[in-house]
Design a protein around this ligand. Structure first.
Ligand code: ATP
Length: 658
């Protein structure tokens, strides 16, 4: 949901990077030039092996030989042909020689220097074409021709290149771009000159969190105010909360408001395939930050590196991440002081973070950002409705009521989706209905009216959904119903939509009533058609999970007792073994089964008593496809239980699909 992670303004140190990158462009140019050179200017072809007889009978006879040079040490004669004659010899052209390619062109072994001299003397006397052939000796030796020397040279070049890359990598701030700068931190720097438009005004709601963050900004702006009483500026703060609740937005606002440099990077930016790079990047980040202090360093998704260190030292794969974390721990509260550098981390998994990271002195403050409550949602809607052209019937307060459990990102999405829906209908402005359609779409998925559903299937779906609706209508603690539909949406064939009450705690009765209404669909199918179908799988899964939670987490079973086997830290040793005995496991299973069976029996009882009303709801549903709570009130009568006041956060609207 964090769609705006990458701030879309250029880092102010961009110019610096560019300059230093230029320095190492020569290495790329050198490599490219070598490759091009090898392709376009190949080394001279090697001379072709021949014999004295061929030289004498063909080349000398034709008068093609320019000179003969004898290498005495190797008993080898090199034959140089005259320019223009070379292409008459197919063996040469096949070897890559052209008419103007320099020699030697042929070479042959001589039995001994004396015999060779005698042969040539003889030929020069008898063959006309051999008369002006120049004769010479070549006693110099090229060390490059030595195979061993060549091999050593190649190895030296290769090792040199490798050392060069490694140095660049380790040096980190070496300044080169691309692969050579892997050790350099990827943090983007925003300061006064950067064009950061987000301010605290763009962050709606979240009053307490905003206050804490604003305080940190003010620490940096006027530290004396706080330090004159002897207090110390906090070293760091951790923003914790579910996805899309505005943690990154808050950091962005901080960057916009703080008059100090602001470094931003994501936890995953530390991770690279090379070993040691993460730690090097942490070092580099803090080096840069200390140079710019006072400043703020923001690390988004800090769980990517801050995960608790493993207990077993054999898990080699984690070494790199652990090294990175260790480096971060040292930098945050190590021997060296880094006064004036405030670290802000953001995560939605604070439970899995290493304890050492969370202790005071590193992240002194944990700022919890929860899903927005009713009032906050209204504020967030106001922010996101600002740019839209709205109809008069759109009220943020009404929309906030329709969206319990929605995060700030969901609300931003609803607002945008509503505008798109209105545009699709060629409307002049966005109306309330567009918002309701957008909410439906986001909760339930896209409407799928073209899905082929047989008549008897439609009837089964209608009775199933009517079962949910009737049972929940008649139970005191079930969520209030909003509407029932049998229009397929996403994967679901039908759904009963509820508007969950926003509550902080849930009682046993509420859980039991919700379980009962979840099973209302299956109960209806069994009562009306005498058979059950696979469509209930989702309902059964929900009921079973709820029952297991009641027994093994919330301690709501008398037989099992007030025990909770849940480990909220996620760091226990229970991951492979259960924290209870086999006997308790059997007891838990039996209790879960009893809870679900009881709830099912209750649902069947309620439907049995209200068969006729249930039938009417189902038939109306078949006729209209979508019915609302008013229709249910007409059939079943007004619910006697007054709706509670809207309170705090609740679950997302549920849809019970078939
Ligand atoms: P994640 O944990 O997934 O990284 P996050 O908490 O960092 O999520 P953000 O990226 O800050 O979430 O939020 C995503 C979008 O949601 C924002 O760009 C903004 O449009 C909207 N949003 C979230 N909270 C608020 C808020 N309090 N006020 C206004 N808009 C909000």
């Amino acid at each position: 949901m964090a769609d705006n992670k990458n701030f879309n303004f250029p880092p102010v140190n961009g110019g610096k990077n560019r300059g230093s990158r230029n320095n190492s462009y020569w290495i790329y140019i050198l490599i490219a030039a070598t490759i091009i050179g090898i392709n376009f200017f190949p080394f001279a072809p090697k001379p072709v092996q021949t014999t004295w007889e061929t030289v004498k009978n063909t080349m000398l006879t034709r008068g093609d030989v320019e000179k003969l040079i004898l290498t005495r040490d190797e008993d080898k004669m090199n034959v140089y042909l005259r320019e223009g004659t070379i292409e008459n010899y197919p063996a040469l052209t096949a070897n890559g020689f052209k008419n103007n390619t320099g020699g030697p062109h042929y070479t042959y072994k001589v039995p001994s220097v004396d015999i060779s001299e005698a042969n040539i003397d003889e030929a020069q006397k008898t063959i006309e074409g051999a008369k002006d052939v120049t004769r010479d000796y070549d006693d110099s030796k090229s060390w490059l021709d030595n195979g061993l020397v060549q091999l050593l040279l190649m190895t030296a070049i290769f090792i040199g290149f490798w050392i060069f890359i490694m140095r660049r990598m380790n040096r980190g701030a070496g300044g080169a771009g691309g692969v050579f700068s892997v050790g350099k931190s990827k943090a983007k720097l925003f300061d006064r000159e950067s064009n950061v438009k987000t301010t605290f005004k763009d962050v709606a709601g979240l009053a307490e969190a905003k206050q804490e963050v604003e305080e940190i900004v003010s620490f940096l702006k006027s530290p004396d105010k706080y330090t004159k009483l002897g207090g110390k500026i906090p070293k760091g703060a951790l923003l914790v909360g579910p996805p899309g609740t505005g943690k990154t937005l808050m950091a962005k606002a901080m960057a916009g408001e703080a008059n100090v440099p602001f470094f931003s990077m994501s936890g995953s930016d530390f991770v690279e395939m090379f070993v040691g790079v993460g730690a090097s990047r942490v070092r580099d980040l803090f080096k840069q930050a200390k140079e710019k202090a006072p400043c703020i360093v923001f690390i988004d998704e800090i769980d990517a590196i801050g995960r608790a260190r493993g207990k077993s030292p054999n898990m080699g794969a984690n070494d790199e991440r652990e090294n990175t974390l260790n480096q971060l721990l040292t930098e945050m509260d190590g021997f060296e002081t880094n006064s004036g550098v405030i670290i802000i981390g953001a995560t939605n998994r604070a439970d899995i973070l290493d304890n050492a990271l969370l202790r005071a002195g590193r992240f002194d403050r944990q700022i919890y950002i929860d899903l927005p409550e009713l009032k906050d949602r209204e504020e967030i809607f106001k922010v996101h409705l600002r740019p839209l052209k709205l109809d008069t019937d759109v009220e943020p307060a009404f929309l906030a009521k329709q969206t319990p459990g929605f995060s700030g990102a969901d609300i931003a999405n609803v607002s945008n989706e509503a505008a798109l829906i209105a545009a699709r209908k060629d409307k002049e402005c966005v109306s309330r209905q567009d918002f309701l359609d957008a909410i439906d779409r986001i909760v339930g998925g896209l409407e799928n009216r073209s899905k082929v559903i047989k008549v008897n299937e439609k009837k089964a779906i209608a009775y199933h959904e009517a079962g949910h609706a009737t049972v929940s209508w008649l139970l005191e603690h079930a969520h209030p119903l909003l509407k029932v539909t049998i229009v397929p949406r996403g994967k679901a064939l039908g759904a009963a939509w509820y508007l969950p009450r926003e509550r902080q705690i849930t009682t046993r009765e509420q859980l039991l009533d919700e379980m009962c209404s979840v099973l209302g669909g299956r109960a209806a199918e069994e009562l009306v058609f005498g058979q059950v179908s696979t469509g209930d799988q989702n309902d059964l899964e929900k009921a079973t999970k709820q029952a297991y939670a009641m027994v093994s987490i919330f301690g709501m079973s008398e037989k099992v007792g007030m025990l909770s086997y849940y480990d909220s830290t996620g760091q226990s040793d229970f991951s492979f073994t259960k924290p209870y005995s086999e006997k308790t496991a059997e007891l838990i299973d039996a209790e879960v089964k009893a809870l679900v069976t009881d709830a099912y029996a209750r649902a069947k009882g309620i439907l049995g008593e209200h068969m006729e009303e249930h039938r009417q709801v189902a038939e109306l549903l078949i006729e209209r496809e979508v019915i609302f709570s008013d229709d249910l009130e007409n059939i079943l009568g007004k619910r006697p239980w007054a709706e509670e006041e809207e309170g705090a956060t609740g679950d997302a609207p549920q849809d019970e699909d078939l």
